[in-house]
Design a binder for this molecule. Sequence first.
Ligand code: SAH
Length: 469
Amino acid sequence: MKLESSENEMAEEQIRILEKNEYVDVYIDDLSHEGLGVGKVDGYTLFIKDALPGEKVKAKVTKTKKRFGFARLLEIIEHSPHRVEPPCPIYAQCGGCQLQHLGYEEQLRQKEQQVRSQLTKIGGIDLEQVKVHPTLGMSEPWRYRNKAQVPIGENEGGLIGGFYRQGTHDIIDMQECLIQHEANDEVIQKTKDIAQELGIRAYDEQKHSGLLRHVVVKYGFYTQELMIVLITKEETIPHKEMFIEKLRESFPNLKSIIRNVNKAKTNVIFGEQTKVLWGEEYIYDQIGDIRFAISARSFYQVNPQQTKVLYDKALEYAQLQGHETVIDAYCGIGTISLFLAQKAKKVLGVEVVPEAIADAKRNARLNHIENAEFAVGEAEKVIPWWKAQGITADVIVVDPPRKGCDEALLETIIQMKPERVVYVSCNPSTLARDLKFLEDGGFKTVEVQPVDMFPHTSHVECVVLLQRQ
Ligand code: SAH
């Protein structure tokens, strides 16, 4: 203990905490999980937006903390060979993408690197023993999103819709978003134009006045069906019938117009009241052979093409022969569960949001799948309860949110002794932590497959196969 603390003190002695506004030359040797360039000056770590590994840059320190600080990129002295011109004209102001200035092949390599580094640093996993595959990317990594969610505002010229300038609530008008499907861009533009023509005012966050807060568009890549959701501050929309008619005229594949009322002074997008203004309550889409009903509020993966890649990999790792009972924890609207049900004897899905479970059940019926059952509740409570009832599983799939799995759930998985665990993760650091827990409990991490669900952003998704020893 003594030795350790004196070592720490020594290490700290060598670090010079930089001054705010100091100018520095920095060699960038890493990319943070938020897509920032990382480099050291006098032992002190700096995070620099837009700087890339392999680059030498001039920067100005903007913010300092005890162990690290932030700096603004002023000049690139030596360029990375992987640097590219971001194709989006508003990339610099918008916070939506973080990696457009890095060539796509290199984005994929960086994401794999990110996963490798978390697995070793946090998970203590020996990469000699585990196959970490190259990231599965998209051949056309643009226009992949099926859902747009756009805040509406006003300037001198009338209604605007776009995104919040980074770190603010000022709306910047946007004509197109290169990671959105074109249909979504068109709908947003048209909806804005029609609302403007009809004299509908945008919601003003400061004054808590006006009407139209957000426009949400959902598009089924497979079915080409469109849903428009208007989020308004009040129930009444002036010239509502005309609004509906004009939208219908503009988009023949429009299936659903929904109004959601949000009266609250909040930056949460949706309010509690949802009503069909015209058409259906759902649009449909398909991933592989499975059809899904998508409602205004339900969660559905935003990149359908890569979702197929992700789920196929989860299915491959599950190695189902047809006689297995499978548990799908954090099942959402049952997407993975229904994929698995095609190959298993029985699938039990569990999810905390009741509406998602209602959707999951509806989706099972829609696809005539009878061997999938769904329960509402926290996975860490429901699965131990199942275990107490004598239910076991041959394979357990988990797909938790960013914070990873609850320890109580991991403990139950260890006690249930399934042959395999398939871990789908959107956060490599909590994944690494949970793998360590499962490894200590008798499982062995066999393969890790990073999948690029969100090109040009810093997010990484992984599917991992664990085998019981
Ligand atoms: N597997 C689904 C959804 C994954 S997202 C798909 O691929 O579409 C993670 C899900 O976990 C969300 O639906 C969230 O509501 C749910 N969730 C969060 N905490 C949970 C908990 N403690 N128990 C069960 N589900 C939870």
